[in-house]
Design a protein around this ligand. Sequence first.
Ligand code: BGC
Length: 881
Amino acid sequence: MKKTILLAVLGLSGSLYGKSSPINGEPTQLRCEHLVNPIGIDVPNPRLMWMLRDDRQGAVQIAYQVFVGVDSMGVVNNQGEIWDTGKQSKADILVSYAGQKLVPLKRYFWKVTAWDKDGKPKSSAVASFETGMMGRNSWKGTWISDHHDIHHKEAPYFRKQFEVKKTIKSARAYIAVAGLYELSLNGERIGDHRLDPMYTRFDRRTLYVAHDVTAHLQSGSNAIGVVLGNGWYNHQPLAVWDFHNAPWRARPAFCLDLRIVYTDGTEETIVSERDWKTSSGPITSNNIYTGEHYDARLEHDGWDKPDFDDAKWRGVRYRSTPSNYIVSQQIAPIRLVKTYNAVSVKKFDEKTYVFDMGQNMAGVTRIKVKGPEGTVLKIKHGERLHENGRLDLSNIDVYYRGDKEKDPFQTDVVILSGNKEDEFTPKFNYKGFRYVEIISSNPIVLDESNLTAYFMHSDVDPTGQVRTSSKLVNDLWKVTNNAYLSNLMGYPTDCPQREKNGWTGDGHLAIETALYNFDGITVYEKWLADHRDEQQPNGVLPDIIPTGGWGYGTANGLDWTSTIAIIPWQVYMFYGDSRLLADCYENIKRYVDYVDRISPNGLTTFGRGDWVPVKSGSNLELTSSTYFYVDATILASAAKLFGREDDYRKYDALSKKIKQAINSKFLNTESGVYADGTQTELSVPLHWGIVPEDIKAKVAANLNKKVEETNFHLDVGVLGAKALLNALNNNGYGETAYKVAVQDTYPSWGWWVVNGATTLLENWDLEAKRDISDNHMMFGEIGGWFFKSIGGIMPDPDQPGFKNILLRPIFPVGLDQSEVTHRSPYGEIVSSWKRNKKTIVYDIQIPANSTAKFYPPENVEGSGEAIELVSGKHQLKLKLR
Ligand code: BGC
């Protein structure tokens, strides 16, 4: 370490976890399959993981031992009768279960003992996981539905009454659904999830959800209620993506096992069978894409309670199983995460009101209102207002082909009962909106107390934070996350209103931003399973996933469908968990092999190109071939990781061939320009590692010049927006990158924010006539880039999952203070600095059991010399040049 660069390097002691007394060496945060004490685990070798809580400088785990058993006290006493790893002298914090064969429907307890740097062992608290059905043989119920067909509008309600005669020890409800459901027991809704089960390719993989319902049952009479919604399973509205022609389409159906274990050791399973009753109810129409219609006069009070008179209800019908593969949904559920009240309500006349919720979001609204019987309220949701203040849907209803009168877009239709205050929140729909317009058929008095908005999304834990002295940086980070969460519904979507499609490109362009900010692994593991379900025998993937068949067109190429390689790779980088990469390995191979077959010279135009550019188009063959290179490189690295030597050699050679082909066709080695030298054409090869070492500086200088020419404004589409800031920052032009990132005149990210955007938009041009959703994530690199630049926190490909952290912060002119944090699998990483005239005081926190390597940036003395840091807190005083 050079004294000249650092005025001081201090190791700071004290708790990393706030002011509480230090805890040294205890494993905490136990998770199974990345979830806390999950139930319904179907995989035979679930992953078990933990975090070492140790705030001493240089804390490491020198060994661990995992105990798994069926008796919690036994596990407390170090008995792992199902699995005992023995003491393993390793720093690992993630292991795959490899003990005795797990059996279905059983609760397992586990704990871990960790040996700290002084060789002292400490045990974690006991955690649990419970297996699910683990295959078809455990199910006892049968698939049932009502008697209607796909065109029927009313949502079916189902009920069954049963007696409990003994004392209950535990009860679990397992419900597999083709469509959407809400489950209730004795009049109470089970759980707080929304839109379960998540959207999958229903005819290939059907999800079931396991609920702990012990507390919902009572001795004596009990009643179960199930309401089914259409969701993506029975897509009634017409839209350009043909979901109404999906091969799986049918009237929703379900299969349920309610398994009760009594204290005397006996068991009983209440199942979906012929003896259930069904009826329509107040939901008179429901569509994931358009809205829900509800007639409060049709409520059956007490329908899901015992002793309800169901004499008028009909019998049910058996249905065939929707797919042969019924697996547990193990994923962060969708929830109503945040509540918004209107910031203003404007009355246009006594029947018309417009509410401004102050934030663009994905979600639903709840209306609570009393009015004359039969009053019809049309509750329309949208992102924009006309000049006269009325709701404008014209930017988002463009691909809807249904009947706008009978089934208006993004609109709930509610009919009031007249005899009480009615309350309605759609169960089987969500919308993208900031504004809500209510048009009533009768005069009605409404104010902000009548309408509440709920921001809903896959409820992934936040893991990142950006707090700086720049309001614009802070706003960009927030706005990015609002767009991200609006587009996370069990799969990443492009937008929550116009399409709700799992556009692959949008998904991978946002993956780093996603993983810096949220613990989203379960959602991506599910989405990549959807990819595997959709892959054609020849390796091709559709560009929206899941799909009812649309998206196998001509542009579904590498810049979009490289999700299959890029997402598993990034998940491995951020979590150090290679399960997803292993699960997708053969799929990546088939994909790369396909492109190889159609691209004998290593170049390809299979792709869409730099979508929604500011003005300059970029060369399709250059960008598509670059993504081909990325996939081949990831495949080669994965082959190496998994010890597949032959594959490694083959795909390493392929990636070299592609790089060579790109450079010989597109790179002018004299001038250092690719193709026509647009921002995208220069930054894409730089960012993705195509540029030969000796020409990098020239290409980067050209890119810098290009950006200076636009006075630090963007001239890119989605591919350039992903690459540009990184290409500049990683090649010595961090200051330029930062200027572009915080630019606030057109065209820039900041231009959106200064114009009032609360989510990221789809188009740079606010006056554009198409591609104008106001809640899109495809330009979402910006929010993640702050972690890599002013925070400088990066995973080390040689020790992924932040086992070793690369710290490459920049201290750009114009920014005085920055605190960036990321909770990695090892714990909280903090990279925080403050400018003090000619020095930077840099505070770093490295979690226990990990290390870091700090690369001082070029504008501080002694740059070029990396500094290795142990876990703990450090303060560095750096002299600015
Ligand atoms: C979507 C985009 C998507 C694009 C691909 C649009 O309609 O909203 O986000 O990636 O199509 O062409």
